[in-house]
Design a protein around this ligand. Structure first.
Ligand code: AMP
Ligand code: MN
Ligand code: MN
Ligand code: MN
Length: 283
């Protein structure tokens, strides 16, 4: 049975292709009953998503996915059940979005040096409701015929060592966790299998995250293989972290797993929703 709980998804407020309402409608149609909207560094879609969710009888969890720099590497921290108006969280996210604008200008400059002009304006066409990020540049570059799809664009232009890549310093791990927990939410380390850290650094990251007040880790996500899910299930036990599950859905055709198709958490995981009546009622 696919899981009716999905705690990681994106709308047009960040780099998804569905509006918050369309996203919720899609989730409802696919059998999701508890959905977290977790746009990158922005909470502007939550109100719209909540009102559409209420009409469909599904529970919308207020979420966000915060970009963090940890020892020079980018990691993502999902906040669940946050209060979007909590001032330190709102101000922290606003500062990250400002940083994103500057990074986008830098990306456009370096793409221009590589002979690709007008990418900032081009990316902005795809970033109309909230943050600007690499995916918006990717869509412009595909539109202009520089690569066949987003995955190819990333490889050729938008990752370390490529012309459109711009080093950037995101929020500190400590700040991201405290903005989330200070707002009444819980902090979850997103898709740990995507971080190319090596074993020892991963253990250090999990220990530090827990120490700083982190609660959970994504065990099931689109980007994990079944083996990775089992691996992070074991690590969640080892570090006293709860297990989360989310598709990281970005729109039709944009991710590996559609909504409503996530496998259950591996046996013996304690889910992050263990104290949420609306989610436990579905188990
Ligand atoms: P940003 O936060 O602006 O650096 O963009 C990160 C986002 O880009 C991720 O959330 C994904 O949506 C997307 N992304 C990152 N790497 C890739 C990739 N290799 N192929 C496709 N999309 C990617
Ligand atoms: Mn994204
Ligand atoms: Mn992410
Ligand atoms: Mn995500």
């Amino acid at each position: 049975m696919p899981s009716p709980i999905d705690l990681h998804s994106h709308s047009t407020v960040s780099d998804g292709t569905l509006t918050p309402s369309e996203l919720v409608e899609h989730a409802a149609a696919r059998g999701v009953r508890v959905l977290a909207l977790t746009d990158h560094d922005d909470v502007a879609g939550l109100e719209e998503a909540a009102s559409t969710a209420a009409r469909h009888g599904i529970t919308l969890v207020n979420g966000v996915e915060i970009s963090v720099t940890w020892h020079g590497r980018t990691v993502h921290v999902v906040g669940l059940k946050i209060s979007p108006t909590h001032a330190p969280l709102a101000q922290g996210l606003a500062a990250i979005r400002q940083g994103r604008q500057l990074r986008a200008e830098g990306m456009a400059d370096s793409l221009a040096n590589a002979g690709i002009h007008g990418s900032l304006q081009g990316a902005r066409v795809y970033a109309t409701r909230g943050i600007i990020g690499r995916m918006h540049f990717a869509r412009f570059l595909v539109e202009q015929g520089h690569a066949k799809d987003a995955a190819a664009v990333f490889k050729k232009y938008l990752v370390k060592g490529k012309p459109g890549y711009q080093e950037h310093c995101w929020a500190a791990l400590e700040d991201a966790v405290s903005w989330i927990t200070g707002s009444g939410g819980i902090a979850v380390l997103a898709h740990p299998g995507r971080y190319d850290l090596g074993r020892v650094n991963m253990l250090t990251l999990l220990a530090e995250f827990r120490e700083l007040g982190g609660t959970g880790v994504e065990v099931v996500t689109s980007s994990h293989t079944p083996e990775q899910s089992l691996h992070f299930a074991r690590l969640s036990h080892q570090f006293g972290l709860l297990a989360s599950s989310g598709s990281d859905y970005h729109g039709p055709g944009q991710t590996y797993i559609d909504m409503g198709r996530l496998p259950d958490l591996p046996a013996n995981c304690t889910p992050v929703w263990q104290s949420w009546p609306e989610a436990m009622a579905l188990q």
